[in-house]
Design a protein around this ligand. Structure first.
Ligand code: ADP
Ligand code: MG
Length: 373
């Protein structure tokens, strides 16, 4: 790893699960990438509600809400970075840059929405830069989209930098709101979104239980998988599509669930816990299929889904090869993505291209992001 701009970086990520702001302080040196300190930043419930409403089409007064949220999130990201710096006991001037992913509101690259061809992440980088006085690298997806790519997934290059081992093929699966896989096979790198991660389980749980997620998959484990529903959901042509492919909550949501029921029969006649069990199985099966097809020696899970033992067990049942979390590679699964966005800031300062055209479908590699401050 070149040592230009070696030093401390912060990665900020607010994922589609809208469960909090992941802030990671990392150190990049000749010997690799180290996680120094982490923090989960909060946003108000008003903010959370606004994010969730904007993610779906048809929310009222969208522009006003979007502009308000851009400022609100910029400020929440700045707070997360400043608290992280304070808790780590480092000088702000010692941080080379902050890589801020922002909050995805809609993901409509031309392969998904031919009339639009863009993706929208908000959380004003100007505010983060002014408040921290640290250069901010943001807008990390659109250079790839300008080259005809999907701007996603962006983590494969980081997974390669962090987890590649020569002579061993590895899959790294990130189970966030949406799940994505990176396949590292002797310098050959591929990757794509596999479909829903936690998003459908979270949405169904929130609707029936009123809280954000099914802790440890306990509720799902009380239900029984409904095979006709599972098969119908898995029959969605999206799953069989060849990569490059990416997706978002704007596709996999409760409306999708409703419109994909067997015989248009609805799901109301099913027990809610059986639907939860089915959604967990759908997540496990759609990921496991991709892992099995990749034929790798080892599989490592990261993202919030790694904390769900019921989901991890369902995955292990489908995949015969060894599956563990990235903990066994020395990086806490909850912080892989935030660390990755810190690393993307380092890539930007070093003019190092970090998109992988085989993954996103872009016509070329490019330096990702732009710089504020
Ligand atoms: N103990 C747990 N049991 C079950 N699910 C969990 C647990 N911890 C985290 N999760 C899941 O992980 C999600 C957050 O994952 P995360 O990687 O932060 O996703 P995103 O990048 O979309 O924000 C939560 O919404 C929840 O579904
Ligand atoms: Mg999250």
């Amino acid at each position: 790893m070149p040592s230009n701009y070696a030093g401390l970086y912060i990665g900020l990520m607010s994922g589609t699960s809208v469960d909090g702001i992941d802030a990671a302080l990392i150190e990049i040196s000749d010997s690799g990438i180290e996680l120094v300190k982490t923090l989960t930043g909060e946003y108000s419930s008003k903010c959370q509600t606004a994010i969730k409403s904007l993610m779906l089409e048809g929310a009222g007064r969208e522009l006003e809400t979007l502009m308000w949220l851009d400022v609100e999130l910029g400020s929440a990201f700045a707070n997360a970075a400043l608290t992280l710096i304070d808790e780590a006991g480092v000088e702000p001037s010692s941080i080379k840059a902050i890589g801020s992913h922002g909050q995805t509101i809609r993901h409509y690259p031309s392969q998904i929405h031919s009339a639009i061809g863009s993706t929208l992440q908000i959380g004003d980088p100007n505010i983060i830069n002014q408040r921290t006085q640290i250069p901010v690298i943001a807008d990390l997806r659109r250079a790839d989209i300008a080259l005809g790519g999907q701007g996603a997934p962006l983590m494969p290059a980081f997974h390669q930098a962090m987890f590649e081992k020569s002579g061993t093929s590895r899959a790294i699966v990130n189970i966030g709101g949406i799940a994505n896989i990176t396949i590292l096979n002797n310098l050959n790198i591929t990757g794509f979104d596999t479909g829903p991660g936690n998003t459908l389980m979270d949405a169904w749980h929130a609707k029936h239980k009123g809280t954000q997620f099914d802790k440890d998959g306990v509720w799902a484990s009380t239900g029984k998988v409904d095979i006709p529903l599972l098969n119908q959901l898995l029959a969605d042509p999206w799953f069989a599509k060849q990569p490059p492919k990416s997706t978002g909550q704007d596709y996999f949501n409760l409306e999708w669930l409703k419109t994909n029921c067997p015989d248009n029969n609805g799901i109301e006649h099913l027990q809610a816990e059986d639907v939860q069990a089915t959604l967990l199985e759908l997540t496990a099966k759609s990921i496991a299929r991709c892992v099995v097809q990749s034929n790798v020696d080892e599989t490592y899970i990261c993202g919030g889904g790694a904390n769900n033992p019921t989901l991890m067990r369902a995955l292990a049942q489908q995949v015969e090869a060894k599956i563990t979390s990235t903990n066994s590679l020395g990086l806490d699964p909850n912080w892989v993505e935030a660390a990755g966005f810190g690393w993307l800031a380092w890539c930007h300062l070093n003019h190092k291209p970090a998109n992988v055209p085989a993954v996103t479908g872009a016509s070329n590699t490019c330096v990702l992001g732009a710089r504020w401050g």
